[in-house]
Design a protein around this ligand. Structure first.
Ligand code: FCB
Length: 437
């Protein structure tokens, strides 16, 4: 495996998944904390009250990141800590937490990669319609301006959204995330408002910041189950919905046609009457979160008239197929679509049923293999000309995995939920030796 000498090696987390203390020091309630406290929403009724207690242990966690030998740390802000009411006055104590985190990263020589929004929205904005409300885009631009003014001196790599598709699909179409709505008809409006918010934030960034800003999308490459026309069309629909809905408007200014056709122009009328030009605000880099692939067939009555065809072979605890070739394919596909824009793998990793900690060791051999195979796949994409600048393992810590609570462990570092003790798994040691070259 050969990586360029200036390749960035990192680990990633997000605010609600690790911080805990969600209401400390004047923070407002977030949509995620409210949702998690509603009985029946999350497996075992888990929630982020304590999570990895990172809010109180961030200093030690930065030392842990340093121990891994990585160059960079990708994390996100809980907006409600900074603007408890989703707009207006800044809660300086909340902002101070991130100031201290960033200072500590820099003291340790670790480059901060900041995600402005990794799904935790001030709950009050959800009360006003969340991403169905056009106004939320302007609120997000204001928040971006606040964060940029406060931290652009220290942070050079910014990202607007983590996986806007998941916000739209799980929040407004599938209902597994807040606000828990279930209607495909929401997709065009929510996608449009998220893209508007992204573009407004990039403009706010350009006016106040002077480094780099991008966006992170999740890509699950879609392969047709057969060469039949029906299956090929099913593949195109699935790809348009999940993989093209956010990239195409940003890069080419076009909504993916197979999806517009499938849902019908009526469903898209409000969105289509607006120009996509303002959505095409140039970005400096694109992040991709890759976990698995999807083999798609035609099935009348299925979601988008498609069905997923389960493949033999290894699956993770998330029931996601282990398919490293999909990462090479994804990077090549993105590279072509974005004409050589700098790319980062901003998340990649796996949940396995890890063996317990024995004698200070966690022998997570499956995760070690997963990491090696996927890094090999990333290196192959670079060999084939992809402008890949870095890789972030998901995740630093075992953490709160959204609707699955604490049941799925993605960490390179094991976290004992009772004591909060951190133990480096074998995968952490393996990753550290790769990062150190
Ligand atoms: C991604 C999310 C991240 C984590 C991983 C497993 O979709 O961005 O927060 O949950 O999946």
């Amino acid at each position: 495996m050969i990586f360029p000498p200036d390749f960035t090696w990192g680990v990633a987390t997000s605010s609600y998944q690790i911080e805990g203390s969600p209401l400390a020091d004047g923070a407002g309630l977030s949509n995620w904390h409210r949702f998690a406290l509603e009985s029946g929403r999350i497996l075992n009724d888990d929630h982020g009250e304590t999570a990895c207690d990172h809010y109180r242990r961030s200093h030690d966690d930065v030392a842990l990141i340093k121990e891994l030998g990585v160059d960079a740390y990708r994390f996100s802000f809980n907006w409600a800590r900074i603007q408890p009411h989703g707009k207006g006055a800044v809660n300086e104590t909340g902002l101070d937490f991130y100031r201290r985190l960033v200072d500590s990263l820099l003291e340790h020589g670790i480059r901060p990669f900041a995600t402005l929004h990794h799904w935790d929205l001030p709950a009050i904005l959800d009360d006003h319609g969340g991403w169905l409300n056009r106004d939320t885009a302007y609120r997000f631009a204001d928040f971006t301006e606040i964060m940029t003014r406060a931290l652009d001196g220290q942070i050079q790599d910014w990202c607007t959204f983590n996986e806007p598709w998941v916000i739209m699909h799980e929040g407004y179409v599938n209902g597994a995330h807040p606000p828990g709505l279930r209607d495909l008809a929401h997709a065009p409006t929510v996608a449009h408002n998220l893209l508007r918010a992204h573009a407004e934030a990039v403009r706010a960034y350009r006016a106040n910041g002077s480094h780099r800003i991008g966006i992170v999308v999740n890509i699950e490459p879609k392969y047709a189950a057969s060469d039949s026309l029906d299956d090929l069309e099913a593949q195109a629909r699935a790809e348009s919905y999940m993989n093209r809905l956010f990239i195409d408007p940003i890069i080419t200014g076009e909504w993916p046609q197979p999806l517009v056709e499938f849902m019908g122009e009526d469903a898209w009328r409000e969105v289509l009457k607006e120009s996509t030009t303002p959505l095409r605000e140039p970005i400096d880099w694109l992040g991709v979160n890759y976990y698995s692939r999807n083999v798609v067939g035609h099935k009348p009555g299925g979601f988008l008239n498609t069905t997923s065809v389960r493949q033999p072979g290894t699956h993770t605890e998330m029931n996601w197929e282990v398919f490293p070739q999909g990462l090479t394919d994804t990077l090549l596909w993105l590279s072509e679509r974005t004409q050589g824009l700098p790319l980062y793998v901003t998340e990649n990793g796996a949940a396995f049923d890890d063996p317990p900690v024995i004698g200070g060791r966690v022998a997570d051999a499956e995760r070690v293999d997963y990491l090696h195979e996927h890094l090999h796949a990333a290196a192959q994409a670079i060999e084939q000309g992809v402008n890949l600048r870095g890789y972030f393992a998901w995740s630093l810590l075992d953490n709160f995995e959204w609707q699955f609570g604490y049941s799925k462990r993605f960490g390179l570092v094991h976290v004992d939920p009772a004591t909060q003790k951190r133990t480096l798994k074998d995968s952490a040691h393996a990753y550290a030796s790769i990062c150190r070259g």
